[in-house]
Design a protein around this ligand. Sequence first.
Ligand SMILES: [Ca+2]
Ligand SMILES: [Ca+2]
Length: 231
Amino acid sequence: MKTMKKAMTILFAAILTFALLIPAHALDGTLAVTSIASARAGDTVTVTVSLQNNPGLYTALVGVTYDTAALDLVSVADCGLFGASADTMTAGGNLDMIPYRVLWMDNVGSLVSASGDLLTITFKVADDAQPGTYSFAVTCDANNTLDANIDTYDLGTANGSVTVVRMPGDADGNGQITLRDAILISRWLAGGFNITLDLSSADVNGDGIVNLMDVVLIKRYLVGGWGVTLQ
Ligand SMILES: [Ca+2]
Ligand SMILES: [Ca+2]
């Protein structure tokens, strides 16, 4: 009886150990935005999209969408996660396509199981973008993303955003308010100088118009004593 009890104890211990070795559930493969972008109007920003908990894939197809009110697609670059034996095809350099699609397909039938950076996406923030948060997304086309069993697999959607901030008076976006900003606004108003300004920041008093009043405010701020405060 005592031997029986001891044997049962060992059996239960073995079952418990075995149970602990089995994960409660395998982690799902997902897409994720691994960089956060803050920018000024007129800036170019690059964000990184990664593949996490890769379940093992033969193919993947994703689409990039974004808020066209403030963002323009400049480039999409493959990070090489699928390796040299895989074809990476994009939308033929046609950056106006929405969604902009990227597919990976391994030519020698080897499973890609690495996780890591998948894509970098570069956006140009519109010169006249107002301060705010502008979203973008990278969405898996599950019907064309195939796992180790050549079954469809949904990596879901990675959501990200570019936050556009303004610095009143800093028309050239160099982080400082100087007479250069005043001169550039003056030239922009006169025209003919081929100048690109952060128009949101050039509108010093935030009245929706860039004019000589904004230039005067920068001068008064720089000389002091006029009660002009800029942030
Ligand atoms: Ca400046
Ligand atoms: Ca103004």
